[in-house]
Design a protein around this ligand. Structure first.
Ligand code: FAD
Length: 465
């Protein structure tokens, strides 16, 4: 039984007073729309009781105060592209949407920073930075649809993390609303800082459990004028994954090193109606290098070509946007093959990514589900898409849990963790409790209790507080 109170007429009235009636909805169609994010398995879906669209930080704070007063849980939501059930209101209550707060407030070319509201779309931030000659280096594959607040909350990774790091590395400072409804500004536009706890880094990546991000100051970098995308095609898995350590050790400082197995090559090619060489039997490794100087690009190209060939590539092609189209559509392409699937987002030390892909691909051969493998290989981040297809719910649950029981301890034995970028959400809460060292888990729970004594903000995510 829930320890929360239901959303009463009194709560709805208080929300309407704070936000305006048009920004508070309880109709069945709206509630239905927000019962899930990217999760397709209906067993994870939960209806909210009310959905709200605050238009300012003060209004977000007002919602949190009301939620605390009436003991109602709040789930913050950006674009809902979470693949770990992060934006699902597992205890009902209020879903709080940030999409009205979508302004890019400032782009400062002298100081090389941008100030954005949490609801700004990631792609718009990237485009605005590029137009001014700068790079915003956060680049999840979902950039076209996700919002910056969602990226910061999950510490999103993506295609450029090999060179530039994840979202937390692109952020100077945030404004956030605390679980009890205070407004706080943490972080500063500084290169270094040893001034108390690094609270901005604590809130970033906390998956909306320690604060609702409402604004951020983002770092900009000079835009490299020279860029090359290369597609190395292998017909042998071992050789394809073997390329990764060779690339990293060569000191090429690539921007991206992405791996797609042949199952993904086929599904995404079919979905995009676009076939590149070795559709039938190829494993693709996409490598991007960027430089500030043309000669440097030339020399890196030569070096890359040599390394790929020495690693056993069947073909090494200069790639264009088509290859990125295939990469970006991988996840979507499996949706047409199976309505229900589950994503895994394991991370291991970079020097172990090849072993990990080899080993877990072998392990998966003992199961009857279909396994598709992708990797942000250059940063050790592995994605499995496991498709249910026609199997029964019982067999599906049994097979996935047995596979996880083999895969997770193996990943931890390599020094890895359960999630590299998607977060724990609601989906991996049990695994998080199981595989996290007890003292570390205790510290996390104590922090959560200290900041959110009534467990109002995004309960049921990361762990059970
Ligand atoms: C096709 C596809 C490709 C993807 N590729 C990548 C990838 O390359 N790299 C990657 O990291 N992820 C990827 N993802 C996962 C997802 O896009 C990211 O996790 C993204 O950061 C979520 O952003 P969002 O705006 O959709 O947030 P949501 O899904 O709405 O929310 C995500 C989590 O953050 C919380 N939250 C949202 N907004 C706020 C806020 N303002 N303050 C506090 N908490 C908040 C939510 O409660 C939830 O727990 C992909 C997803 C899809 C569907």
């Amino acid at each position: 039984m829930s320890k929360y109170e239901p959303v009463s007429a009194e709560v709805v009235a208080a929300l309407q007073t704070a936000l305006g009636a048009e920004y508070v909805r309880t109709d069945a169609e709206t509630l239905e729309k927000y019962k899930t994010d990217e999760e397709t398995d209906p067993r994870y879906h939960h209806l909210p009781e009310v959905v709200v669209w605050p238009g300012s930080t003060e209004e977000v704070a007002a919602v949190m105060k009301i939620a605390n007063q009436y003991n109602v849980p709040v789930t913050p939501r950006s674009a809902g592209t979470s693949v770990s059930c992060g934006a699902i209101p597992v205890y009902g209550g209020i879903v709080l949407l940030l999409e009205r707060m979508d302004k890019i407030e400032e782009l400062n070319t002298e100081g090389m920073y941008m100030v954005v509201e949490a609801g700004a779309r990631t792609v718009e931030i990237q485009e605005k930075a590029n137009a001014a000659g700068f790079l915003y280096a956060g680049d999840p594959c979902s950039a076209d649809s996700c919002l910056i607040g969602g990226n910061i909350a999950t510490n999103a990774g993506g295609n450029k993390a090999v060179r530039y790091g994840t979202t937390r590395d692109q952020v100077y400072a945030i404004e956030a609303v605390t679980p009890t409804g205070d407004i706080v500004n943490v972080g500063a536009r500084l290169k270094k800082k040893s001034t108390g706890y690094c609270l901005e880094q604590l809130i970033m990546g906390s998956e909306g459990t320690l604060g609702i991000i409402t604004k951020a100051t983002l770092k900009l970098l000079p835009l490299c004028p020279y860029k090359l995308d290369l597609l190395a095609i292998f017909t042998d898995l071992d050789k394809a994954v073997g390329l990764v350590p060779n690339l990293i050790k060569a000191g090429l400082n690539p921007t991206s090193v992405e791996f797609m197995d042949n199952a993904f090559v086929r599904s995404s090619s079919d979905y995009c109606e676009l076939k590149l060489p070795h559709y039938e039997d190829g494993f693709y490794v996409i490598v991007t290098v960027e430089t500030f100087n043309e000669d440097e690009l030339e020399s890196k190209m030569e070096q890359l070509d040599e390394i790929c060939s020495a690693s056993g590539a069947t073909d090494v092609l200069e790639a264009d946007d088509r290859v990125w189209k295939l990469r970006r559509n991988c996840l979507e392409s499996t949706r047409v093959l199976s309505l229900v699937s589950t994503s895994d987002d394991l991370v291991v030390p970079v020097d172990q990514i090849a072993n990990c892909i080899r080993h877990l691909t072998k392990v998966a051969e003992n199961y009857s589900f279909k396994l598709f493998t992708l990797a942000h290989a250059g940063d050790g981040n592995l994605h499995f898409q496991i498709l249910k297809g026609e199997m029964s719910d019982e067999q599906w649950e049994d097979e996935v849990s047995r596979f996880h029981a083999e895969a997770y301890p193996y990943v931890y034995s390599l020094g890895g963790r359960l999630s590299g970028e998607h977060g724990i959400g609601a989906k991996k809460v049990e695994a998080m409790e199981k595989y996290t060292e007890p003292v570390e888990m205790k510290m996390m729970k104590e922090i959560k209790r200290a900041l959110d004594p009534k467990n109002i903000l995004n309960p049921g995510k990361v762990f059970n507080a």
